[in-house]
Design a protein around this ligand. Structure first.
Ligand code: ADP
Ligand code: MG
Length: 679
């Protein structure tokens, strides 16, 4: 029996949750912004709207009852007087803020009715010798259970302990950038003279050093992975005359686009080379990635190997499943289906068929990679929307080798394209194929921005569309009322649309529904029996219902640009002219305005990706970073392209000259994330 670990306090648990476990994690948890407690401003110099710290004596403290009970304190220094106003206060406030007490207060001064005042300033009592802060005070991203003051202390002491000694040989780091320890010291505790602007917009040399370190680690880890992979053997996969690949090509109801042919050739060359493929297939929504995947699968099966196709959601997996069944079953190939909702005997039977090699093509969600699933001969793994899978899941898929000691080929598919030059320099270890052409006969989607107040018009527009026999998506950003955001939830919208469209079947689809229920709703919509589908973003990727010609996205301002583009890709899949309505509520933030404008101006996924990189400010990046989706925490590919280039060059030199230093650097920076970047 092991002794129980000491119980963790609430703030400690909150730190765990934020991933702040090791000293280095804390050292790399950087401030969002800073407060200046290094100086005291004479009251007479206070400016309306500017945060500042003042110090003085309490000249009067009293409770006023009108317009509501509040504590009003007059603070006086040599230069003048200021009112501190507390609309909420405790006995401890009254006790501290007594006549004659010396008080240091910090807040934003506002022009009130009786002159300048601060509402709810941060304050403490001091004496004439209480020192001022010697550096700017960091304000960290945190959570409700983790007080700022606790986090500050934790970071500060971790910073002292963290192993941050220089690992890189001289000449590696671009000139003018400080050592890592110094850089972090500066970022957590900037001297009073530091430019807050340069710190906050991340242009300061301390920031540059941090970004360079991260980019270097990323480049190095990819070089290592590439070398390792070059040593591995993979099955040689090739189509054979009269085989499945040939039959599938002949049986397809359409001709491949030029881009599909080119990309298929690139993939076929990899599959036949005896080394594991590591290829990203990127193509705009609707560019026809599934058939390319099916052709690759056919090549694997022609050579007697199994193929697995994994998608992040059950809905998406099922779309693939249906397409593959439609194409392959007439050719005598059964497609196996493995998802979380399949349990018990049926699941056991399927697992056995996978283990015996009987199931040649397996489609599913992450259920495909559960521990009890073993492939007899896995030759090719295809992962759709790979960025949506966790690290562990992607790695597990690669390890499903079965009895063979050959590494399977890996094809990743993504509808979130990154600009090509960026892809090539960033993903040093990834070959990229791009579908840059849409199948013929698509009419570009017309995108309209409409203010929320004109909802009624939109509903009547839906009615028109339905009378023409078309179907409609209505997308909502959240399923339940969030405590902070006043968003209309999908359930409510569903009820309202049902009432507004009598005699039409309006369905509801959201993430919390049981899988079987989701599948049933999707089936009705796909079959054309359901007129309107109200959905949260579960339909974001992969859903293919060509008869749907109108999409309404509610609170479009809440969505990211690439997400909006993904959603819009659900319409315009048939021959009918399609419309995407972006409903927004004013006032829009400048970046939201830019996003919506970009959506209205272009349908091209690559152009959207470019603008997305341009528009996203550091603030909005935070969200993406914390969601774990972002590949980089500190560097920004749009802004830091020159730094990426330098990191790339430095990595090439370092692996040749000092592989030990290179490995030590990767270990420090990526730790478990190394797997992530290479998966
Ligand atoms: P995505 O790249 O978004 O995954 P899909 O593979 O779902 O796109 O393809 C979108 C639609 O286009 C599907 O209905 C598919 O059958 C069809 N399609 C794919 N390739 C072609 C083609 N060359 N010509 C016509 N239709 C095609
Ligand atoms: Mg797809």
């Amino acid at each position: 029996d092991r002794p129980a670990a000491p119980p963790r306090s609430a703030p400690q648990r909150a730190m765990d949750k934020l991933g702040l476990r090791r000293d280095i994690d804390l050292a790399l948890h950087l401030p969002l912004r800073y407060e200046d407690e290094t100086r005291v401003v004479p009251i007479a110099d206070l400016r309306d709207g500017t945060p500042a710290q003042v110090e003085g004596e309490v000249a009067e403290a009293r409770i006023e009852l009108r317009p509501r009970r509040q504590l009003v304190v007059r603070l006086r220094d040599d230069s003048g007087e200021l009112v501190l106003r507390f609309l909420h206060f405790y006995p401890s406030h009254q006790k501290a803020l007594v006549y004659g007490a010396r008080v240091r207060a910090r807040g934003e001064a506002r022009d009130g009715f009786f002159g300048l005042e601060m509402v709810h300033p941060v304050f403490r009592t001091v004496d004439a010798h209480t020192p001022l802060a010697t550096s700017l005070t960091p304000v960290y991203p945190t959570s409700a259970q983790l007080p700022q003051s606790y986090l500050r202390k934790a970071v500060s002491s971790a910073l002292g302990r963290a192993p941050l000694h220089e690992l890189l040989p001289p000449g590696t780091v671009p000139p003018g950038l400080p050592p890592l320890r110094e850089a972090l010291q500066w970022l957590h505790h900037p001297p009073p003279s530091a430019s807050i602007a340069a710190l906050e917009d991340r242009s300061h040399p301390a920031w540059q050093r941090l970004k360079f370190e991260e980019l270097l680690a990323q480049q190095l880890s990819q070089r290592f992975a590439q070398r390792e992979r070059a040593q591995l053997q993979a099955p040689v996969l090739a189509s054979r005359p009269g085989g499945l690949h040939e039959q599938l090509l002949a049986a397809l109801p359409f001709a491949l686009t030029g881009a599909q042919r080119r990309v298929a050739t690139e993939i076929a060359a990899d599959l036949g080379a005896g080394r594991p493929m590591h290829r990203l297939l990127q193509g705009d929504v609707g560019s026809g990635k599934t058939v390319v995947a099916a052709l690759a699968a056919a090549v694997a099966m022609d050579s007697g190997w199994q193929c697995a196709l994994m998608a992040p959601t059950e809905i998406l997996a099922e779309q693939h499943f249906r397409k593959l069944v439609q194409w392959l079953e007439p050719l005598g190939v059964g497609v196996a289906w493995l998802t979380g909702s399949r349990k018990g005997k049926a699941r056991q039977a399927m697992v056995e068929r996978v283990a015996s090699g009987d199931a040649r093509l397996v489609v599913g969600t992450h259920a495909v990679i559960q521990d009890d699933v073993h492939f007899a001969r896995l030759g090719l793994a295809i992962v759709d929307e790979q960025h949506r899978f966790g690290v562990a899941q992607r790695l597990a898929l690669r390890r499903k080798l079965g009895a063979s000691d050959l590494e399977p080929h890996l094809l990743m598919m993504s509808a979130t394209p990154i600009p090509r030059t960026l892809a090539m320099s960033y993903f040093a270890d990834l070959d990229v194929s791009t579908l840059d052409e849409l199948p013929p006969g698509r009419t570009p989607v017309l995108t309209k921005l409409i203010a929320d107040g004109r909802r009624a018009e939109v509903v009547s527009r839906i009615d028109d569309e339905l009378s023409r026999g078309r179907q409609v998506y209505w997308v909502c950003p959240l399923i339940e009322e969030s405590e902070k955001l006043d968003l209309q939830n999908a359930t409510e919208t569903h009820a309202r649309l049902s009432a507004a469209l009598p005699g039409r079947l309006v369905g509801l689809l959201h993430g919390r529904m049981p899988a079987a229920e989701k599948a049933a709703v999707m089936a009705l919509f796909t079959a054309g029996e359901m007129a309107v589908l109200v959905a949260t973003t579960v339909i974001e990727v992969g859903v293919d219902v060509p008869n749907a010609s109108l999409m309404v996205i509610e609170h479009a301002e809440r969505f990211g640009l690439s997400q909006l583009h993904q959603l819009r890709g659900r319409v315009g899949r048939g021959a009918a002219a399609s419309v995407c309505v972006l409903l927004y509520s004013a006032p829009l933030s400048p970046t939201a305005k830019d996003r919506l404008r970009a959506m209205a101006e272009t349908n091209d996924g690559f152009e959207i990706a470019r603008r997305d990189l341009e528009i996203r400010g550091p603030g909005e990046f935070m969200g993406a970073r914390q969601s774990g989706d972002a590949l980089l925490r500190f560097a920004d590919l749009a802004e830091d392209a020159p730094l990426l280039q330098r990191a790339r060059e430095a990595a090439a030199v370092l692996v040749e000259r000092d592989a030990d230093a290179a490995r030590a650097h990767v270990a420090r920076w990526l730790d478990s994330r190394a797997d992530y970047l290479n998966a």
